[in-house]
Design a binder for this molecule. Structure first.
Ligand code: ADP
Length: 508
């Protein structure tokens, strides 16, 4: 196995189910790459362990090669070989685990949504730890993410620390508490965990179904550091309404729990260099933004007679979390108020997809409204650049990236005050916020009146005070949403945890 070069900083290993751009489904993939790149830049040694999926973007991996040795890993009472591949993604060293298991765990043409997800990912969690053990690696931090690799925490302390993989502290990040991966308690035995020992109220037992285990709960209990993706969401999930059954567990373990706002990849999202745009532009040169708007209108067949007509953008997965009924309302409201609306989105929920197809058809050749119901990376860049306003009416939002990307492209966010939106969008009319931090329009109640109020204020400023609007756009484009400061917060948590462990080791 390849050895890890000595580094003066910390040695951090991420074990995750996603990493952008090779294996990305949502925000998790962006965070693993963005955080790792930022930590590497700060001088830490960062490695990532991923499953080797058949459906990955192999063209985004450099120097992919198989190692000579295989890693043997336990599953369902037997030992299986795993072929291990190494490669470089975005300048980061990545290990890809390919299990030689007859069920072809990661050879299914999709990342998630298989009947045996619990088994596939508990298998992967154990194989990743086995790789670290057999390679003789001594990480300072093992960082696992979401329920798919939450198994790492109990596996590490119950099985791997006793085997000698004991240099690390465990950090767990939950990117969305909606997904907890609960399963019948007996399933836990597959990866070698002790069911009676773990199916207890103070360990992995689900808080509402006592014959089920909850991997996210297990990671909260067994990790040294637990984080989620924004400070406001960290507060919300500690309440009965927001915690999806885990609020009591989070409150019990509150000392090690913290919310850290995600950053965005400011290289990938940069209007001054973005190759997907018609014209590149900067905060000092907003004419380019106007040219993108004009070109986008032509491209989509929208009326472009009135330069000053505001264009509202929306780019989202169409799922209930995102406030789909409020998105629908915003389309009609924009029309009533004399604006234009472009939606780029798709839905994994059949009835929502059908509903929006109906709306898309209704507006098929409309002069002011266009709905594009698919996933399209390049079009998304273009819409961020072309739009004047960007609507995000989420019911809940752990962090949210689109509001930050929109601001970087000078599209002013209109957002509901929840989760990470509450930590990144500050109302222009909120006197409790210092002027320099105000950057958008917010509303509190998740209903049509809430949307209307924020929309009216935004349209009013846009139509009646272009000078202030342009100033707002420039301010938004200059906000630093890079990973730098968030990565420093992770760095501090890691360092403190490692220092505590070392101090404890000296005293024993
Ligand atoms: P979530 O992870 O809940 O989907 P985030 O706001 O954290 O929401 O991240 C959404 C990311 O996915 C953003 O980068 C956004 O631009 C992108 N995205 C969402 N829908 C689409 C789409 N239909 N086409 C292209 N990109 C999309």
């Amino acid at each position: 196995l390849t050895s890890s070069p000595a580094s003066p900083g910390l040695y951090v290993v991420h074990i995750a189910a996603e990493m952008a751009p090779v294996a990305k489904v949502g925000g998790l993939g962006d965070v693993v790459t963005g955080l790792s790149k930022a930590l590497q830049k700060k001088g830490h040694l960062v490695e990532i362990i991923l499953p080797k999926y058949d459906c990955m973007q192999y063209n985004r991996v450099r120097d992919l090669r198989a190692l000579d040795v295989t890693v043997e890993s336990y599953f369902d009472g037997k030992l299986f070989q795993n072929k291990v591949w190494v490669g470089t993604v975005e300048g980061l060293p990545v290990y890809f685990i390919e299990p030689h298991h007859p069920n072809k765990f990661f050879w299914r043409g999709q990342y998630y949504g298989e009947h045996d997800d619990f088994k596939r990912f508990s298998f992967f969690s154990r194989a990743a730890l086995e790789l670290l053990l057999q390679a003789g690696k001594k990480p300072d931090i093992i960082h696992c993410h979401d329920w798919q690799t939450a198994f790492v925490a109990p596996l590490y302390w119950d099985l791997y620390a006793p085997k000698g993989l004991n240099s690390a502290r465990i950090c767990f990040t939950c990117h969305n508490f909606e997904y907890q991966g609960t399963a019948s308690a007996t399933e836990l035995a597959s990866c070698g965990l002790d069911v009676p020992q773990l199916n207890r109220p103070d360990r992995m037992q689900d808080n509402s179904a006592h014959d089920r285990v909850n991997p996210v709960k297990g990671a909260i209990v067994f990790s040294n550091i637990v984080t989620t993706v924004s400070p406001t969401y960290a507060q919300e999930v500690r309440t009965a309404e927001g915690g999806r059954g885990l609020h009591s567990t989070l409150n019990f373990h509150s000392k090690k729990f913290m919310g850290i706002l995600n950053g965005i990849d400011t290289d990938a999202w940069n209007p001054t260099t973005d190759i997907f745009l018609k014209v590149q532009y900067s905060a000092n040169e907003l004419q380019g933004k106007a040219e993108n708007k004009a070109a986008m209108r032509r491209h989509l067949g929208l009326l472009s007679a009135d330069d000053q007509q505001p264009l509202v953008g929306c780019i989202t997965r169409l799922v209930p979390q995102k406030g789909v009924h409020l998105i629908r309302h915003a389309i009609y409201r924009t029309l009533e108020m004399g604006g234009q609306f472009v939606l780029l989105g798709s839905s994994p929920v059949a009835h929502i997809q059908r509903e929006f197809e109906g709306i898309a058809n209704q507006f098929q050749n409309h002069e002011h409204i266009r709905l594009i119901l698919k996933y399209d990376e390049s079009l998304s860049h273009y819409i961020y650049a072309a739009s004047d306003m960007f609507i995000i009416p989420s019911i809940f939002e752990p962090c949210g990236l689109t509001q930050m990307i929109a601001m970087r492209y000078g599209s002013v966010p209109i957002a509901r005050k929840t989760g990470g939106l509450n930590d990144s969008v500050f109302d222009v009319d909120d006197d409790t916020i210092p002027h320099q931090f105000r950057n958008g329009f917010t509303f509190t109640t998740p209903d049509e009146q809430g949307v209307n109020g924020a929309f009216e204020r935004a349209f009013n400023l846009y139509k009646n005070n272009q000078k202030s609007w342009q100033q707002l756009v420039r301010n938004d484009m200059n906000i630093d949403f890079s990973w730098d400061s968030s990565a420093s917060q992770y760095e501090e948590l890691y360092a403190k945890s490692v220092a505590r462990a070392r101090a404890a080791a000296i005293h024993t």
